[in-house]
Every structure is written in structure tokens, then in C-alpha cells.
Design a protein around this ligand. Structure first.
Ligand SMILES: Cc1cc2nc3c(=O)[nH]c(=O)nc-3n(C[C@H](O)[C@H](O)[C@H](O)COP(=O)(O)OP(=O)(O)OC[C@H]3O[C@@H](n4cnc5c(N)ncnc54)[C@H](O)[C@@H]3O)c2cc1C
Length: 393
């Protein structure tokens, strides 16, 4: 039951950014209403990081984010860093560990982070309303008015923390973009990112024997590259290196994959030039059996090393270190970890996240055109942008 329908701040979206912003703003004695149309808090935190939430990355820096304005995230990220977030976890005895590449994960379930944010909201008297749908929203006489299925709420400040379009099954909606447009802000075209890529039937048929095989790789498009595992699936390509490069991929573009990042296959062959070993047996020292078979079939070469011509060696080298593949699409928002694009940062103040043209209207988290790499960067953006807004209100 909500008695007070007048608030200082209304936050739409009780996800990572919304909960973070709510407790910080409320700790400054502001009356805060946090509302969400879902029945459960921060579902994405719960399902993230395989259930253990990769909540930040110690290597966070603005270079790890995609945006039309590369510098937009710098201010918020520098004022609220991974260290600030781990400080709260330490204070509340929530254990975590670094897995790889600076990625910090909870020791226990992700729920620990949701419970902590919820506790901080409660300690600071945030009013929380779940299963609340907004019917209409306007700004009248300097105050925001929200008509919902639970009544009308007014506030001086409105924070939009609705997230992006990925995983609509658990509450994602384009509502944040709709609010932005309503108030005259522009949207940078959105599309699924950190997403598995699909292959056409013909290519898929030639790689289907490899489905389920994961291998160390460097994926690249132009000058951007990622060194992590790639994985063949029954629909195409996945694994961290593919998810990373998917954020940079555009229709019609091919991806280059270095199948053997740690070795130079040409020198390995040249060092064994006089050997009578078959190429297949030789390559099996570097690749799994199935992958070796496929490489040899696709190359159409299976001679002894001593019989390889220079042309053969160049062909093998190019195939292994510069393997080119042309995806025909992605698995879409149903499988994407994030949404690329969003509220155009040209319309936002990078220090406060407030809309430049509308006093009191803020956008934080994934709804903004700031998209992090895989590995905890997106949650860090949620925490940092939420902090920037909450401390400036
Ligand atoms: C499977 C998966 C795994 C991920 N793993 C990681 C990870 O390990 N590390 C990482 O950094 N990032 C990860 N991410 C990305 C990360 O979850 C998001 O970037 C982050 O949650 C964004 O926070 P947010 O608060 O902006 O949006 P969300 O967390 O998406 O919160 C938005 C909230 O707004 C609510 N909402 C939406 N529309 C409305 C509406 N119309 N009315 C009212 N409420 C509404 C939603 O119900 C939701 O509660 C993962 C994402 C997915 C899908």
C-alpha cells in the first residue's frame, strides 16, 4: 500500500542500475519510488554469469565500451570504479573471486547481490512497487506524472532505468526508448550484441560435425580483436570470442578467426619439412581430432609434410591463422546479453546522466547508448551511471 503518491524521485526499472540509483539517492534523504512491471527484482542479475553474476571487471576503462560518443562513459566510470563496488561487497561479507581477464564473480549465487541491493534500498526507505505498469507519463507544471495500474504518482525527478531489449522473456521492453522519444531525445539504432552468430545452411552443413567443439582463438574484424574461446554450435558460432566480436559485426561482413593463436603454423611446418608425417597427424598435435579432420577436408590437402609445396604451406597458414567466415545473422534479442545503441548520449550530460533538454529527466544503465564488452563491463556501467545520477540529483 503506497500512502504517499508524491515523491522526490521516481525510478522506472528495478534492475541493476535502478536499484543502485534508488538506494544512493534515498540515502540523501530523498523520497524515492522504485517501480517495475515484473514480479521479480533484477532478473538479469540473477541469471547473469551462469548464476554467479560477473558483477564487474577490474580492467574497466572507457575503451571497453561501444558508443557513438567514445568519451561519454569516462566521467561516470572514473567516479565510481570496480573498487567502489567491491568495497560494498567487502563491507557486507559477500565473497567473490577473479575468474579470468579481470572478471569478478560471486562465490555464491547472484542472488546475494540482489539481496544486498534490496537491503540497501530498504535501509534507506525506498518505496518499491513491483508488477506496476505505466499507462501514461507526462511532465506537467515542472513535475512528472505517472499514471499506473496502481494509481497516479508524481515527482520532481524521473530516472529511466528500463534496460535494453535483450531477453524479452524476463521483462525487457523498449519502454525506455519510448520515454526518450516522447521527450524529444534521439535513439541510436538498437541491435542485439554479445550474441551468438548464425551461418547459412551450406556453411552450417560443412561445420556441423564440429558442433560443440570449443577452441582457443582470436576473432577479429578490422583492427578489433579478442582472444578467448570460440565454439561451433548447431546454428553457427558462439563462445566468448564470438560474443565479443558480435558487438562489432555488421551484416555482410566476414569475421577472421585465428584458430591457433599461440603458435606460428608456418614455422612449425618448416621446422618439420623433412618429416614423413601426414599433415593430418601433424595438425592433430595442435587441434582436437574432429577439428583436425575438418581442417584437412576443407583444405583438401593430406600429404606428408615432406611433400608439401610452398603453395600448400601458404594455404594451410592462411586457413589456420586467417580463417574467414561469413555469418548470415545473429540469434537476436532472445539470446543477446545486451542491446547495442540506445538513448543518444548527445542528449545527456555525462556527469549527471540528465537529459540536456528536460530538467529532472535521467537515463541510466543499458538504455543509454553505452555497451560494454563481455566480462562484467555492463554491470559496471549500470553501477557507475546509477551513481552519477544519484549523486547529482
Ligand atoms: C543472460 C545474461 C547474462 C548477463 N551476464 C552479465 C554478466 O555476467 N556481467 C555483466 O556485466 N553483464 C551481464 N549481462 C548484461 C547485464 O545484465 C545488463 O547490462 C544489466 O542488467 C543492465 O542493467 P539495467 O539496470 O540497465 O537493466 P536491467 O537489469 O535489464 O533492468 C531493467 C529493469 O527495467 C524493467 N522494465 C523494463 N521495461 C519496463 C516497463 N515498461 N515498466 C517498468 N519496468 C520495466 C525490467 O523488468 C528490469 O527489471 C547479462 C545479460 C544477460 C541477458
Amino acid at each position: 500500500m503506497v500512502h504517499n503518491k508524491e515523491f522526490d524521485i521516481i525510478i522506472i526499472g528495478a534492475g541493476a542500475a535502478g536499484m543502485m540509483c534508488a538506494h544512493i539517492a534515498a540515502s540523501k534523504h530523498k523520497k524515492v519510488l522504485l517501480l517495475d512491471h515484473s514480479s521479480r527484482l533484477a532478473e538479469k542479475i540473477r541469471i547473469s554469469g551462469g548464476g554467479r553474476c560477473n558483477f564487474t571487471n577490474v580492467n574497466t576503462n572507457p575503451e571497453c565500451y561501444l558508443s557513438q560518443n567514445k568519451h561519454f562513459a569516462t566521467s561516470a566510470l572514473s567516479r565510481y570504479t570496480p573498487f567502489h563496488f567491491t568495497e560494498i561487497l567487502d563491507k557486507y561479507n559477500i565473497g567473490y573471486h577473479e575468474k579470468t581477464l579481470g572478471q569478478l564473480f560471486c562465490n555464491e549465487k547472484s542472488q546475494a547481490i540482489i539481496d544486498l541491493l534490496d537491503q540497501l534500498c530498504q535501509e534507506n526507505n525506498v518505496t518499491r512497487l513491483m508488477e506496476t505498469s505505466i499507462i501514461s507519463l507526462d511532465k506537467i507544471n515542472g513535475r512528472f506524472k505517472l499514471e499506473t495500474n496502481r494509481g497516479i504518482f508524481n515527482s520532481e525527478t524521473l530516472v529511466v532505468a528500463c534496460g535494453g531489449l535483450s531477453i524479452p522473456q524476463i521483462g525487457a521492453s523498449g519502454f525506455g526508448y519510448q520515454i526518450a522519444k516522447q521527450f524529444g531525445l534521439k535513439i541510436i539504432d538498437t541491435r542485439p550484441a554479445l550474441v551468438p552468430l548464425t551461418l547459412n545452411q551450406e556453411t552450417l552443413a560443412s561445420f556441423s560435425p564440429l558442433s560443440g567443439i570449443s577452441f582457443d582463438s582470436i576473432t577479429s574484424i578490422g583492427k578489433v580483436s579478442f582472444r578467448e574461446n570460440s565454439l561451433f554450435t548447431h546454428r553457427g558460432l558462439s563462445g566468448p570470442a564470438i560474443l565479443q566480436i558480435s558487438s562489432y559485426w555488421q551484416h555482410g561482413e566476414s569475421i577472421k578467426i585465428n584458430l591457433l593463436p599461440d603458435k606460428a603454423i608456418k614455422s612449425e611446418i618448416l621446422d618439420n619439412r623433412s618429416s614423413n608425417k601426414l599433415l593430418r597427424n601433424f595438425l592433430h598435435d595442435f587441434f582436437s581430432e574432429r577439428l583436425t579432420e575438418r581442417i584437412c577436408e576443407l583444405l583438401g590437402i593430406n600429404r606428408q609434410l615432406s611433400q608439401l609445396s610452398n603453395k600448400d604451406i601458404d594455404k594451410i597458414t592462411s586457413f589456420i591463422h586467417n580463417f574467414e567466415i561469413l555469418p548470415n545473422g545473429s540469434e537476436g534479442y532472445k539470446k543477446a546479453e545486451v542491446t547495442k545503441g540506445g538513448v543518444d548520449t548527445k542528449f545527456l550530460d555525462s556527469k549527471s546522466m540528465m537529459a540536456k533538454n528536460i530538467d529532472g529527466l535521467y537515463f541510466i544503465g543499458e538504455v543509454v547508448d553505452v555497451t560494454g564488452w563481455l566480462g562484467g563491463y555492463n554491470f559496471q556501467w549500470a553501477w557507475s551511471s546509477a551513481h552519477a545520477a544519484a549523486t547529482s540529483i
